[in-house]
Design a protein around this ligand. Structure first.
Ligand code: G5P
Length: 224
C-alpha cells in the first residue's frame, strides 16, 4: 500500500488557503479538510457546540483550542486510511502539539502575502452566508451580480473584512502563527511561498507536491 501523505496549509485570512487547497485536492487526490468549513457546518447545525463556535467566529476570534482540536481530531479519526490536506488547522501551538501527538505531517505550506494584497482581496470578497461560498469580484465573481450561483440568494460582506478589523486580525494571526511555523521549520517540513497572485504561486506548489509525494522533506523558502 502507498504511504499516506499528510499536509497542512497555513496563511493569514485571505491568503488563498482555500483556493490553493481546492487545487491541491483536485490535482493530487488528497482529502480536503477545512477548519472553517467544519466550523460553519457546526454553526448551521445549531448544536450547543455550534452556538458557542458562532460567538467566536462572528467576532473574528479564534475558537478555543480544546473545541477546535476536538472537532478536527475526530474528523481525522474518521479518515485515518486516507491522505489529507488540512486548511486552517492547526492555527495555534497548542493545536499543533495536539496534532503532532497523533500524526507526523509530511509537508506544511505557509503563504506569505503582502498586507495590501490581502486588504484588496478581502474588501472585494462577498459571501453566501448559508453555505459559506466565497466570491471575489475580480478573481471569481458570481454569475449574477450580488447573487449566489447555486441558490440565487443575496451575497453579503463581512464586517471583519473592513480595514481596521482586518489589520487587527492579521496582527493577531502573525503572533499566533509564529510558534507553529517555528515548530514545523524545526521538523524540516515547512515550505513558505511569498507573492501577490495565487495563479503565479500555484505552479511552484504544484511542482513541489509532485516531487514531495515521493521524496523526503526539506526546509525551503520560495518567493514569486
Ligand atoms: P477560515 O474559514 O479558515 P480565514 O479567515 O483564515 O477563514 P479565509 O478568509 O477563508 O481564511 P483563505 O482561505 O486564506 O481566506 O483565502 P481564500 O478564501 O482562498 O481567498 C480569499 C479571497 O481572495 C477569495 O475571495 C478568493 O477568491 C480571492 N483570491 C484568492 N487568490 C487570489 C488572487 O490571486 N487574486 C485575487 N484578486 N483574488 C484572489 O476561518 C474562519 C474563522 O473560523 C475560526 C476563526 O474564527 C476564523 O476567523 N477558525 C479557527 N479558530 C481557531 N482555530 C482554528 N484552527 C480555526 N480555524 C478557523
Amino acid at each position: 500500500m502507498a504511504k499516506l501523505f499528510r499536509a497542512a496549509i497555513m496563511g493569514p485570512p485571505g491568503s488563498g488557503k482555500g483556493t490553493i487547497s481546492k487545487r491541491i485536492a483536485q490535482s493530487f487526490g488528497l482529502l480536503y479538510l477545512s477548519s472553517g468549513h467544519y466550523l460553519r457546518e457546526s454553526m448551521a447545525a445549531k448544536t450547543e457546540a455550534g452556538v458557542l463556535v458562532k460567538s467566536y467566529v462572528e467576532r473574528s476570534m479564534l475558537v478555543p483550542d480544546h473545541v477546535m482540536t476536538g472537532l478536527m481530531l475526530s474528523r481525522l479519526e474518521q479518515v485515518s486510511g486516507h491522505s489529507w490536506l488540512l486548511d486552517g488547522f492547526p492555527r495555534t501551538l497548542s493545536q499543533a502539539q495536539a496534532l503532532n501527538n497523533l500524526y507526523q505531517l509530511d509537508l506544511v505550506i505557509s503563504l506569505n502575502i503582502p498586507y495590501e494584497t490581502l486588504r484588496e482581496r478581502l474588501s472585494d470578497r462577498w459571501i453566501h452566508p448559508a453555505s459559506g461560498r466565497v466570491y471575489n469580484l475580480g478573481f471569481n465573481p458570481p454569475q449574477a451580480q450580488g447573487k449566489d450561483d447555486i441558490t440565487g440568494e443575496p451575497l453579503i460582506q463581512h464586517d471583519d473584512d473592513k480595514p481596521e478589523a482586518l489589520m487587527a486580525r492579521l496582527r493577531h494571526y502573525k503572533d499566533v502563527a509564529k510558534p507553529v511555523i517555528d515548530l514545523y521549520k524545526s521538523q524540516g517540513v515547512l515550505h513558505s511561498f511569498s507573492g501577490t497572485d495565487t495563479d503565479r504561486i500555484w505552479p511552484y506548489i504544484n511542482s513541489l507536491l509532485s516531487t514531495k509525494m515521493h521524496t523526503q522533506p526539506s526546509d525551503t523558502c520560495h518567493t514569486h
